[in-house]
Design a protein around this ligand. Structure first.
Ligand code: C5P
Length: 301
């Protein structure tokens, strides 16, 4: 049963990551009139959808009894403030990480950013060994290095001349520091969440409600800081269309699936699944959307 859940969750993660990347890319190429949706509000909406989905799952687990649901939410969340507070740590780190990635993308070209961000596969393994006492053999370390190199090659810039020459050395350094810090925060937050899930009895859905609660608060602070003026002028849902909702739902689904993968598999396998999805979306881009052209680097591999 547990082995089934492990491969099912990993399979859904590959499907979810691939469709999110392709939908986001499609939504970016679409030209629409009016204001664009604010990504800061999309983060909050995705967190709220995640909480609602988790409440439904807890309701289903408590045999569809509203009274039982109410009792579980009271006993496990409201009456255990210290346990709930533990989730503020990964939640705060994920918020910081999302902001760091924003800094990274403002100072680095997208390809360099994505190649460098693959270092998180190794930081995740390092945190899994040091915080969870996982043992990795020589072949497992070797396959992690090969995986990281392979993914980096897939995303290598197709032509170095395409790199944005306007990025100064100073801002490149800021971008690089941001993405390197994000690699460590990604590894740490993921493994910390895994430790909480595997070393305590509370269900993965309760833990996700706690994570989403802090995520929504931190996310709302982000809306206020970055887009407060725009929201008061044009509203919270400005620029939302059907595609925005699909992206937001896929993002919320991502949070649920990542939690299930961390619970039933682990963060290292999560790295393999998301890498597989990068390769899949590259293939779909090439064969279906015809917007990816292999370079000499790819064809000589
Ligand atoms: O790049 P990385 O794999 O660290 O990104 C993980 C993403 O998954 C973060 O944006 C985080 O907000 C999200 N997440 C989530 N729910 C979880 C665990 C992670 O939404 N339970």
């Amino acid at each position: 049963m547990s082995a089934n859940l492990k491969y099912l969750s990993l399979g859904i993660l590959v499907f979810q990551t691939t469709s999110l990347v392709l939908t986001m890319r499609y939504s970016r190429t679409l030209k629409e009139e009016g204001p664009r949706y604010l990504s800061s509000t999309a983060v909050v909406v995705a967190e709220l959808l995640k909480i609602m989905a988790c409440i439904l799952l807890v309701y289903k687990d408590s045999k569809c009894s509203l009274r039982a649901l109410n009792r579980i939410l009271h006993d496990e969340i409201l009456n255990k403030p210290m346990e709930t507070l533990k989730l503020a740590i990964p939640s705060g780190i994920y918020t910081l990480q999302n902001n760091l990635l924003y800094v990274a993308l403002s100072n680095l070209d997208a390809a360099t950013y994505q190649v460098t961000y693959q270092l998180k596969i190794l930081t995740t393994a390092l945190f899994s060994v040091s915080m969870l006492g996982k043992k990795l053999g020589l072949y497992q370390w070797l396959s992690l290095v090969i995986l990281m190199t392979g993914v980096a090659f897939v995303q290598w810039p197709s032509d170095s001349q395409e790199l944005d020459k306007e990025l100064s050395a100073g801002s490149q350094f800021v971008g690089l520091m941001a993405v390197l810090t994000a690699c460590f925060s990604s590894g740490f937050a993921g493994v910390y969440f895994e430790k909480i899930l595997k070393e305590t009895k509370q269900s993965v859905w309760i833990r996700n409600i706690q994570l989403g609660f802090f995520g929504s608060i931190f996310g709302l602070m982000g809306v206020y800081i970055y887009d407060g003026e725009l929201v008061s002028k044009n509203g919270f849902f400005q620029g939302y269309n059907r595609l925005t909702w699909i992206v937001v739902v896929l993002q919320a689904l991502g949070g649920l699936v990542i939690a299930a993968v961390i619970k039933y598999a682990d963060n290292i396998l999560k790295g393999f699944a998301t890498s597989l999805s990068i390769i899949l979306s590259t293939l779909i881009s090439y064969f279906w959307l015809q917007d990816f052209v292999p370079t000499s680097l790819c064809s000589s591999m």
